[in-house]
Design a protein around this ligand. Structure first.
Ligand SMILES: Nc1nc2c(ncn2[C@@H]2O[C@H](COP(=O)(O)OP(=O)(O)OP(=O)(O)O)[C@@H](O)[C@H]2O)c(=O)[nH]1
Ligand SMILES: [Mg+2]
Length: 415
């Protein structure tokens, strides 16, 4: 069967009732319990965003994961009892599950219980939130690549029966179709994405007359709030994970006549499924190609250091040197005390995107970064302008224009 229609239809698997979930974490040799608990806090927020309700948590301390089921036999029996007692329909592991793990754990828990990992929940949220054709194409590709090795009879049966988290965006047609059809669909999506990437590159070239700034960082760090502050364009800001899936690009003045484009981008998260990173390459290319990358960090978050590290890892995987980024330590209004221990060798600016504090310093840092780009030159013209000024404005890549009493300065970028 040929699959020509988009499969990622967010409404298809709407949660039927609120799914009751138990979260499972493993505390392996060398890991701290508090760290595992913090990861489960974040997982609970993800499950909530996907429409589920966390009713219990289970953490097992073990030297190493059990090869078949991650949890040991005793803990697995405890989990099965918990599922029965609490009427749980969804079990979410913070650690990655192979298709084999899922089968084994599901077999141990019995009928009607879905077993997912963090990646599956993140994919589900993306499917729920994708609005534009670009985002939907990227999400669907991410989902199908994730699903392909997991399409088993049992999975099909369960998802048809249960619906909801982890199966959203995946219609029955898809589940009943054979793998070959899915591979064909993947090829179609890849071609479409390549097209989108080409379109983006064309748009970028058109914009390239201006220096580009990209706001990147952990989900919920405040990128969109900062984008609104810098560009004066209202955009979706929500106290939820992955509010933004599509990059938006707008112009902004950062003082002294310097005009840049600012891009708001999709957020990062711990264990962002690599299928998604690959599919969102077109979107994330806004970050990879920007002249100045601002890494937005919520410095009031207890896990800010880990979030910063995750962001740097993703940036590095996109070919961006994290040491070259400007760090915006956001939400300083929430900090009772001083800033977290200095990010010594990094360039950082403390801001509150919500209240608008620190923005002047951020603009100054952006200005400085733009004026330090390679190939910057300052041209001078008489105050009345004239033909030579018109030609410069037409033919050069203009970064800034300044008007003083006795002359006009045009800052250009060459080469
Ligand atoms: N207290 C405080 N809250 C902020 C600040 N900046 C943003 N927020 C809040 O943080 C939440 C997330 O903000 P967004 O701007 O949507 O964050 P984002 O980084 O775009 O998130 P995603 O698009 O989901 O990746 C919202 O509730 C904002 O109001 C700040 O400086 N201080
Ligand atoms: Mg956002």
């Amino acid at each position: 069967m040929a699959l020509t229609e988009p499969l990622a239809n967010p409404s298809m698997g709407a949660v039927r009732g609120r799914e009751r979930a138990v979260l499972v974490g493993l505390c392996l040799a060398g890991a701290r319990r508090s760290e595992v608990e913090a990861h489960l806090d974040e997982l609970a927020a993800l499950v909530e965003t996907a429409g589920g309700e966390t009713v219990a948590r289970l953490v097992q301390e073990r030297r190493a994961p059990d090869p078949a089921t991650l949890l040991g036999r005793g803990k697995l029996a405890e989990l099965a009892a918990l599922v029965q007692e609490q009427g749980i329909t969804l079990v979410v592991f913070d650690d990655d599950l192979s298709p084999g793990h899922v089968r084994q754990v599901e077999a141990a828990l019995g009928e009607g219980v879905k077993v997912l990992d963090r990646s599956a929940v993140i994919l589900d949220i993306f499917a729920l939130r994708a609005r534009t054709r670009e985002a939907q194409t990227q999400v669907e590709l991410g989902q199908l690549t994730y699903l392909l090795p997991r399409l088993t009879k049992r999975w099909r049966h369960l998802s048809r029966q249960a619906g909801g988290i982890g199966t959203r965006g995946v219609g029955e047609t898809q589940l009943e179709s054979d793998r070959r059809a899915i591979r064909r669909r993947i090829a179609v999506l890849e071609r479409r994405l390549a097209e989108i990437e080409r379109e983006r590159a064309v748009q970028r070239r058109r914009r390239q007359a201006l220096a580009s700034v990209a706001l990147v960082g952990y989900t919920n760090a405040g990128k969109s709030t900062l984008f609104t502050r810098l560009t004066g364009t209202a955009t979706l800001v929500e106290d939820r994970l992955f509010a933004t899936l599509d990059p938006r690009v707008r112009r902004a003045e950062v003082g002294e006549g310097v005009v840049v484009t600012v891009a708001d981008t999709v957020g990062f998260i711990r264990k962002l499924p690599h299928h998604l990173v690959a599919s969102f390459r077109a979107t994330l290319s806004e970050a990879a190609t920007a002249h100045v990358v601002v890494h937005v960090v919520d410095c009031s978050h207890p896990a800010w250091a880990e979030q910063l590290a995750v962001g740097e890892e993703v940036l590095a995987s996109l070919g961006v040197d994290p040491r070259g980024c400007l760090v915006a330590l956001n939400k300083v209004d929430r900090l009772g005390a001083a800033l977290p221990p200095a990010l010594a060798e990094r360039r950082s600016v403390a801001v509150s995107a919500l209240l608008g504090t620190g923005l002047e310093a951020l603009r100054a840092a952006l200005r400085q970064a733009v004026l330090a780009l390679p190939g910057i030159e300052v041209l001078h013209f008489p105050p009345e302008g004239g033909e030579s000024l018109q030609r410069a404005l037409r033919e050069e890549t203009v970064v800034a224009r300044r008007f003083t009493a006795d002359r006009i300065e045009v800052v250009v970028r060459r080469g």
